[in-house]
Ligand binder design. Structure first.
Ligand code: DHB
Ligand code: FE
Length: 295
């Protein structure tokens, strides 16, 4: 059976791609952020996931305001990136796992999430930046075919762009449904869950540059053990507390929902700012009841 080993959540700011392309990981501005991935690399090397289910928001590459699904699931053999205009290298394509995607889609629809199904789907910086941070060797533009991505992905897109947005409670439930589907998949897979974006940030308008350290800490402290506390906030409350783009936390809520066992925080790095964003990186462990008893 497929097993959910844990989750990683990460900011997806595009300028990270530029820093990687220019080898700036050790510059004073970037170092505190990139060092936050040392633990992630160790964890990935130890846990060896072969699938990443990635909750993210598209920023206009695959979907635009003319047609924007609230929830969309990729069911493609392969996911390509294209130039989004950020001045960063186009990422290498990432292989999918269509059979697992369809299993997840079936589970979601059975649970009354009427998702958009995408057999062709471009992935934007919200997928490619966290992938490049987690697997820098595989992400490198000149990587040989001998160094493929170590995981195949199932991208799950959540609308955080065009209001009305889904609620925090809805995204937590979406994640739970995805988690149940993964655990009922018969292939022996080691699945990690990824949530991208956040934390507090606002890119435009009167509050451009807005960051709320206290609220970010509150989110990080509660999302692990009591995510329900966060569902008391409406989307409008969230925009007020976390900025117009802080709503990307919906991806974190879905990631947390998909961790179906006993969840604990293994790692947290929080750094202000990266571009306009309060950057956060976390690793969560997901342990089954039976494993806890045996330990
Ligand atoms: C930035 C943050 C984002 O989440 C994004 O999608 C694009 C840019 C930023 O802080 O620059
Ligand atoms: Fe974003």
């Amino acid at each position: 059976m497929a097993r959910i080993i844990g989750g990683v959540a990460s900011t997806h700011v595009p300028s990270i791609g530029k820093a990687i392309a220019e080898n700036k990981q050790n510059d004073p501005y970037w170092r505190p952020f990139f060092r936050g991935f040392d633990y992630v690399h160790d964890w990935l090397a130890r846990e060896k996931p072969n699938i990443a289910v990635v909750f993210y928001n598209d920023h206009g590459l695959n979907f635009f305001l003319d047609k924007l699904p609230t929830f969309a699931v990729g069911a493609a053999d392969q996911y390509r990136n294209e130039d989004e205009g950020w001045g960063i290298p186009v990422s290498r394509a990432i292989a999918g796992h269509p059979a697992l995607s369809w299993h997840i889609i079936n589970g979601l629809v059975a649970d009354e999430f009427d998702v958009t199904m995408c057999q062709d789907m471009l992935i934007d910086h919200a997928v490619t930046i966290p992938m490049a941070l987690m697997w820098p060797g595989a992400a490198a533009a000149k990587a040989s075919p001998a160094k493929p991505w170590p995981v195949r992905i199932v991208p799950v897109e959540i609308n955080t762009v065009q209001h009305p947005l889904p609620s925090l409670a809805r995204c937590l439930k979406l994640g739970r449904s995805v988690g149940r589907a993964i655990e009922s998949y018969p292939e022996n897979l080691r699945v990690m869950i990824v949530g991208t974006g956040g934390l507090s940030h606002q890119l435009d308008g009167k509050r451009a540059g807005f960051i709320n350290k206290e609220f970010d800490r509150f989110c990080l402290d509660h999302v692990v053990g009591e995510p329900e506390v966060l569902t008391r906030y409406s989307i409008h409350d969230w925009v007020e507390q976390s900025g117009a783009q802080g709503v990307e936390f919906l991806n974190w809520m879905a990631m947390r929902g998909a961790l179906t066992g006993q969840v604990s925080e293994l790692h947290r790095n929080y750094h202000i700012p990266i571009s306009n964003t309060a950057a956060a990186t976390v690793v969560y462990e997901n342990r089954k009841e039976a494993e806890r008893k045996a330990a």
